[in-house]
Design a protein around this ligand. Structure first.
Ligand code: GAP
Length: 452
């Protein structure tokens, strides 16, 4: 397990208390495994998404972006194998009326008290397993009849495959090249739970990298390494990350080989991101089903169907990993402090600007607001004059703000401010006019998490 301090309950409580994440539809009793992100959650998600997009698209020549529709022609899901095969085996208990994944009974709890595993009490009356499709159904058009049935996408990847020809022609790419997409995916998960880890609605970031078949193994290894390095760059501890290769029985129907990048969540080592070699499964299926040839024709006239290497992850699982990694508690001067030691690049707020005394007459509010207005043109910063300074620092620690600039009576005398470091609690004084450059510079500095 990760650090002794962190549990899933503590993460749920902190993120709720500080407005990162709320249970969805809460005033109506909630809806299982759907969550709403509040202000700081949105800011953190934006940071994760833009780091991913920068590394996948902005900083490369060989990957282009796409934003395909959530609801696709249902034939897409027939051809992809999802209608037939995107299922989990389920059992129902006729006594407690709960439903369980047949392959996860060990991790499930029966509805009776004291709670046991399904099948363990004499009253348990489990049905035989049956296959349950995870896709949410909807209907397109005015009438909800059989012919109008459609699905909410369970992965963003298929929107990429069906646009392969468009991108090949219009973006003038040739393998190896990739198409990256970020967007919501939906799965009617049966054993949801564990907070953001397994959701019914989540935001995926997927990239399909099309390569000559003979180069697929090499590119697969390349993307596993590249993605692992990306997580290190996000500040996740190396000791909390590992790569695990799937055995043949574990692989999805389309996969020739898959390796998971796993993170040490409070529930134990679990999949953070999957990096799969999908072979030519998807392009072949869509070529056969649609009649459109999804292949690459070389200028010399030779043609082939590329293989696909796919790194796929959800922002939600990254968010949970970042929260777990960053969460810390320590006692300072006999008081407990809870903090998120986020990498500054993912921290929702980069700096807080705090007048020591918030009464206008004390003369600190005006220079503090001026500094705030200057900094916010360049970075996400927060002004706070509510409550005593200790409470304001604690609040910023809990949302993971790396630095706080405090305007005090010395500022009024010599034009300097205090900068407080979240992690070390060190304080130094800087000239007011140098704060912008100091912050720009601090955000560029290398950062690594404190040792375990
Ligand atoms: N296109 C391939 C694909 O979707 P997957 O392993 O089913 O493969 C890829 O999902 C990633 O999406 C996972 O590694 C995980 O990060 C995320 N993910 C999948 N199901 C999820 C869920 N129910 N809640 C949150 N994230 C999920």
């Amino acid at each position: 397990m990760p650090s002794d301090a962190v549990t899933m309950d503590k993460i749920v409580s902190l993120t709720r208390r500080r407005g990162f994440v709320f249970p969805s539809s809460e005033i109506y009793g909630g809806l299982g495994s759907t969550y709403d992100y509040g202000h700081y959650g949105v800011l953190t998600k934006n940071n994760i998404r833009s780091r991913w997009f920068d590394s996948m698209v902005q900083e490369r020549d060989d990957i282009v972006a796409l934003d395909s529709a959530v609801i696709l022609n249902p034939l897409v899901w027939q051809a992809s194998g999802h209608v037939e095969g995107f299922t989990d085996p389920l059992v129902d208990c006729r006594t407690c009326k709960l439903r369980f994944r047949a392959d996860r009974l060990e991790d499930s709890h029966c509805g009776r008290k004291p709670s046991k595993k399904p099948g363990e009490t004499p009253d348990c009356d489990l049905t035989d397993p049956r296959q349950f499709n995870l896709m949410f159904e909807t209907s397109v058009g005015a009438l909800a009849e059989e012919g109008s049935k459609a699905y909410l996408r369970p992965e963003t990847a298929q929107g990429i495959f069906i646009n392969f020809k468009n991108v090949l022609q219009l973006a003038r790419r040739r393998p190896p090249f990739g198409i990256a997409q970020v967007g919501k995916s939906f799965r009617n998960e049966i054993t949801p739970g564990n907070f953001l880890f397994r959701l019914r609605e989540f935001e995926q970031m997927e990239m399909e990298f099309f390569v000559p078949p003979g180069d697929a193994d090499q590119w697969h290894a390349y993307w596993i390494d590249a993605r692992l390095a990306w997580y290190h760059g996000l500040g996740l501890r190396e000791s909390h990350l590992r790569v695990r290769e799937h055995g043949p029985e574990e692989r999805s129907h389309y996969s020739l080989a898959t390796s998971d990048i796993e993170y040490l969540y409070p529930i134990g080592w679990s999949e953070l991101e999957g990096v799969a070699n999908r072979g030519d499964y998807d392009l072949r299926q869509h070529t056969e089903a649609s009649g459109t040839k999804l292949e690459y024709v070389d200028p010399d006239g030779s043609r082939y169907m590329p293989f696909v290497i796919e790194p796929a992850v959800s922002i939600d699982r990254i968010m949970l990993a970042l929260l777990v990694d960053a969460y810390d508690e320590e006692v300072v001067e006999e008081r407990q402090r809870t903090l998120l030691r986020f990498h500054p690049a993912v921290a929702p707020v980069k700096a807080a600007i705090l007048p020591l005394i918030s009464k206008e007459q004390a003369g600190m509010v005006e220079p503090a607001r001026k500094l705030y207005e200057e900094l916010r043109r360049h970075h996400l910063v927060e002004y706070d004059d509510a409550g005593n300074i200790g409470r304001r620092y604690r609040r910023q620690d809990e949302i993971g703000t790396p630095w706080a600039f405090t305007i005090d009576d010395v500022t009024l005398e010599d034009g300097t401010v205090t900068v407080r470091d979240r992690d070390s609690l060190a304080q130094e004084r800087l000239p007011l006019e140098g704060v912008r450059a100091w912050l720009d510079d601090a955000l560029e500095r290398p950062w690594s998490p404190p040792p375990d």
